[in-house]
Design a protein around this ligand. Structure first.
Ligand code: B12
Ligand code: SF4
Ligand code: SF4
Length: 317
């Protein structure tokens, strides 16, 4: 019988060797409180056009519906911070998208973790996700002690701020769980005040319909008139609430992952060049980049929207 404490330690060592800066373990159970919050968020319409968020709600809340017999949830975090910054006058792409697509970078490592674990615990099965399945990754990250969900609704670590990607592995193996992380936002409200579109409608609650990240990446079709001139220079994602967070100011450390180094043109995107690309050229130009999500058409819309309005300076980092 494998000791579940030493197994957890060996697993963490393996994950660290693979480049994860944090690894935490939570006991697999239904997410009752978080599930109620997810339900309220969906009922309020805060998911906007992301219909896929509501489609598998029960699975999001109950990992047993995703992997029958699941006992433990392993959460990993990878640092993506680089000390680079946007050119002051350029349109802006958010930091998470400067390098290679994180789904692939984390996913290929989690495949190794899954086979390692299945070898270590014969008969066990596992399934991993990086933003790709019905799993509440931040909730599990908080429960596994990696960090807490800040008032801006991203997960913050005490060591690398919120500049981390998350991945989650569900396993039927029994592993010693960690203690959940404590909320360290205190009385701070900097992110809420800085959000230019007032998308953080309550502490910890983001109305995606107002969020520049959603509008530039996930929203399909024309932008709502209220926001078309309010993108504040962002053409893909938005980092304002994270840029103002004191935990990021104090704890950003350069990633050791070359995959997240800014690719050419990410800090000073050439809007004329991008606008000229057809869908096929766009796919080739941004191969294995998160930018592919908007397709050329979405990116053109975002660039056009910058010409609609002012409002770039006040909240720009
Ligand atoms: C949907 C989604 C979005 C949507 C909605 C954002 C959101 N806050 O949910 C949009 C498109 C806007 C978005 C944007 C971004 N996203 Co996103 N997104 C997701 C996704 C797929 C699901 C998140 C989710 O479940 N939302 C549903 C709502 C209900 O959950 P929630 O906001 O997390 O709310 C929870 C808490 O805030 C809390 N809560 C609510 N009320 C209260 C009250 C109190 C008192 C307390 C204590 C708590 C609390 O309870 C809720 C349930 O736990 C996850 C991947 C995944 N599968 O988990 C990535 C994910 C969250 N995104 C990620 C990233 C990087 C981003 C951006 C930073 C990208 C960018 N730079 O543009 C922005 C950040 C915007 C922001 N401020 O949140 C990363 C975040 C990494 C991290 N360190 O946290 C994730 C985890 C993907 C990954 N694998 O790395 N995203
Ligand atoms: S990502 Fe930008 S728009 Fe969205 S909540 Fe944060 S500051 Fe507001
Ligand atoms: S800016 Fe302040 S309130 Fe917002 S997430 Fe960071 S510490 Fe929490």
């Amino acid at each position: 019988m494998v000791n579940n404490r030493s197994l957890a330690e060996d697993l963490k060592t393996r994950c660290k060797e693979l480049g994860f800066v944090h690894v935490g373990i939570a006991r697999a159970e239904e997410l009752l409180e978080e599930g109620a919050r997810l339900n309220a968020w969906l009922r309020n319409g805060f998911a906007g056009g992301m219909g896929w968020m509501g489609k598998r709600e029960q699975e999001r809340v109950d990992p047993g519906r995703v992997l029958p017999g699941v006992r433990s949830i392993v959460v990993v975090a990878m640092n993506y911070y680089t000390p680079a910054s946007h050119s002051p006058e350029a349109l802006k792409i958010s930091r998470y998208a400067w390098g290679d697509d994180y789904h692939e970078v984390l996913g290929s490592r989690l495949t190794h973790v899954a086979s390692w674990l299945e070898n270590a615990v014969p008969g066990s099965s596992s399934r991993w996700y990086v933003d790709t399945g019905p799993v509440m990754e931040k909730a599990w990250a908080q429960r596994s002690g990696i960090g807490w969900i800040g008032k801006h609704a991203t997960l913050i670590t005490t060591t690398h701020g919120s500049w981390v990607f998350l991945g989650v592995l569900l396993t039927t193996a029994e592993l010693m769980p960690d203690e959940p992380a404590l909320d360290r936002c205190g009385t701070c409200t900097l992110c809420i005040e800085a959000c230019p579109t007032k998308a953080i409608v309550d502490p910890y609650v983001v109305d995606a319909r107002r969020c520049i990240s959603y509008l530039t990446i996930e929203h399909r079709g024309e932008l709502p008139a209220e926001f078309a001139g309010q993108l504040h220079g962002w053409i893909f994602g938005c980092d304002i609430c994270q840029d103002v967070c004191p935990w990021n100011a104090k704890h950003s450390t350069e990633t050791s992952e070359p995959a997240f180094s800014p690719r050419e043109g990410m800090l000073n995107p050439d809007s004329a060049e991008i606008e000229d690309l057809d869908e096929v050229e766009f796919k080739a130009r941004f191969r294995k980049s998160p930018l592919l999500r908007t397709r050329a058409e979405g990116m053109r819309r975002n660039i056009r929207a910058q010409q609609h309005g002012a409002g770039r300076a006040a909240h720009d980092p």
